[in-house]
Design a protein around this ligand. Sequence first.
Ligand code: GLN
Length: 315
Amino acid sequence: LVIPDFASFMADITEVYESLLPERRGAVADYIPQLKRVPPDQFAISVCTVDGQRFSIGDAGVRFCVQSVCKPINYCLTLEEHGSDVVHEHVGREPSGRGFNELSVNGDGLPHNPMINSGAIMSCSLIRASLDIADRFDHVADTWRRLSGGGHVGFNNAVYLSERQTADRNFALGYFMREHGAFPGNTNLIETLEFYFQCCSVELDSDGLASVASTLANGGIVPLSNDRVFSTGSVQKCLSLMSSCGMYDYSGEFAFTIGLPAKSGVSGALMLVIPQVMGIAIWSPRLDPLGNSVRGIEFCRQLVQKYNFHMYDSL
Ligand code: GLN
């Protein structure tokens, strides 16, 4: 067992969970009307180890939208389909040092990396581009289903419609990248943007997301089903970019203090990967000014204080 004394690990997680319940700082994302309506004080933590031990606490059965947590999954799908050389003709791999929806491209006219909006829109243009849009979405949803180890994966149509209606910035990003010739030939921009909004509106609960995170921790094989979803090489590249770019403009600070690959979304979801050990999903909708879950970040901080999970704790 990777965590021999799982009972005391669960007790520690429970203690952190309880210590964070009174935390009410931050606000739910309000730029997508439907997200603004989510009760802000919900809080869930789920753990899944690479050998399949599981634990969850709080609102673990409540489903939420993945939002930006779809970015690493879609990036892995592009790597599986095209290999990294082709993918990175269209997207960089440096942190942007800017907000997640900043209107900017790198010196080559490409989005900075796949973990910010522009790069995630680019990933969407690369996923099964020759299929019709329904089959492309099915491919993504099936992937989530497999990654979640058989958990329920849904789609929140209201969030999708709400986002699409208020997506001026993402449309601007799309046109800006097209102006720079960043997309593959034959890209249908509107369809690509709609596909991106759909990917953001995939929903699952924290147990499901913990299984997704544990699959990344396990090099691409779902611990709960032994299903290989991604190659180890794709996961390695994805985790590298999550480490440098996964937490928006807090990524450098997060790498310094937490030292683990992670990805957050404006729904308050946070997927934390402890390579070869476990995946953890934290969901709590109140966000800090950079767009990360307040309780999510605080949980990570306390976790690495209690356990030697920081990448360089092994030195
Ligand atoms: N759907 C959101 C957007 O494109 C996702 C952003 C996020 O979670 N940071 O704006």
